[in-house]
Design a protein around this ligand. Structure first.
Ligand SMILES: NC(=O)c1ccc[n+]([C@@H]2O[C@H](COP(=O)([O-])OP(=O)(O)OC[C@H]3O[C@@H](n4cnc5c(N)ncnc54)[C@H](O)[C@@H]3O)[C@@H](O)[C@H]2O)c1
Length: 348
């Protein structure tokens, strides 16, 4: 039985990590740490286990693995500390706030011989997994272009705080481009089996305000045009200002037809070809809305992490693949600052 600790006991720990560990028969939640001890105590009361008063004390308690669910600016430091202590790490996205931080995490994992996984849960959604099988089979030919969107009303609804740290550049470092864009960039890498080789991006702060009326200090909308290795081209729009129904959809346009993913309220996967249309109701993506409605969709991330430890093999959201998506996010920031296209080699 794997002994699990959680470092950072906020919203994502409460609604995804802790319940999914609790449901996995191969592991036991035994340890929690948060700079705010009330948060760690709440999880211990609900799921069992002990509260510790420092990261060091938690890591010395005999845990096999930890989830790192702190704010963005501490992901790399806490993950490296845990790996150096010989503990497997599942770190939330965005992986780290600098390219060096991402690579230090991978290096620490290799040095320690311990698993490093990043919470890129879009890879585990059923329609995405099926789409990957279809694309890999070649039955739709090759990818010509795509568009992928991730737009919701913003993180203040998720955290329940109008002045959430997600809006504070000193803690979040990034805005929506990294917060939501890393999910969709990674998804495009995963589905197409190709890397983004060039990007033209624009990041903007268009509407989000702090409670005092001042604009937030990070981007609330971001747009990118991606060129892939084969020359396929696609767009990504991520937004924290979709005040209607959320848009978490992707379309992949291939030589033999079109894949529509989470693009229809009823059918999570639609395959359109010149011969006809096939519709599949596989699942719904995890969303911020379900947290307020009381429902919960398992992400599959925790089960994959536990399995990757038990089998000593990389999961499909291993740290090494997450670095590539982060490199594109850093290139998007550079492109927006420079006002021109950026090739990924420039960023590396
Ligand atoms: N995979 C996803 O789709 C997804 C969704 C939401 C959030 N996230 C990520 O999860 C992380 C946490 O987000 P959240 O929504 O839970 O935020 P949150 O503010 O609800 O929780 C963060 C917690 O970390 C604690 N904390 C901060 N610094 C700490 C430190 N140095 N040591 C210990 N505890 C510390 C805070 O007190 C807080 O309880 C973020 O990086 C976010 O991007 C991922």
């Amino acid at each position: 039985m794997l002994k699990i600790g959680i470092i950072g006991c906020g919203k994502i720990a409460e609604v995804r990590h802790a319940p999914e560990y609790d449901e996995n028969p191969e592991c036991e939640l035994v340890a929690y740490y948060d700079v705010n001890p009330e948060r760690s105590q709440l999880l211990a009361d609900q799921f069992g286990g002990r509260v510790y008063d420092s990261v060091e004390a938690l890591l010395a308690s005999g845990v096999d693995a930890v989830s790192v669910c702190v704010a963005n600016n501490m992901h790399a430091a806490v993950s490296v500390q845990a790996l150096d202590a010989g503990v497997h790490v599942l770190c939330e996205k965005p992986m780290a706030t600098t390219p060096e931080g991402c690579r230090e995490m991978v290096d620490a994992s290799e040095r320690a011989g311990k698993r490093l996984m990043i919470g890129l849960n879009q890879r585990f959604a059923k329609a995405h997994a099926r789409a990957k099988e279809i694309l890999d089979s070649g039955e739709l030919g090759t990818v010509i272009s795509f568009r992928t969107n991730f737009c919701h009303p913003g993180p203040e609804g998720w955290t329940g705080k109008l002045d959430t740290w997600f809006f504070d550049r000193r803690i979040a470092t990034f805005g929506v481009m990294a917060d939501l864009g890393v999910h969709k960039t990674d998804l495009i890498h995963y589905l197409t089996g190709q890397s983004v080789v060039a990007t033209t991006a624009v990041l903007g702060t268009l509407d989000k305000k702090m409670p005092d009326g001042s604009p937030v200090t990070v981007d609330d909308n971001a747009f990118a045009i991606y060129t892939m290795e084969t020359g396929a081209i696609g767009t990504m729009h991520v937004s924290w200002t979709d005040y209607g129904s959320e848009d978490n959809s992707t379309r992949i346009y291939c030589t033999g037809g079109v894949l529509r993913l989470y693009d229809d309220p009823e059918y999570s996967l639609i395959v359109e070809t010149p011969d006809g249309v096939e519709r599949f109701a596989l699942d719904q993506l995890t969303s911020n809305k379900e947290q307020t409605s009381g429902g919960r969709t398992a992400t599959g991330v925790i089960d994959a992490f536990v399995e990757s430890i038990l089998t000593d093999s990389p999961s499909i959201a291993d740290g090494t693949s997450a670095v590539h998506a982060m490199d594109v996010i850093f290139a998007n920031q550079l492109s927006s600052e420079l006002g021109r296209s950026v090739r990924l080699a420039e960023e590396a």
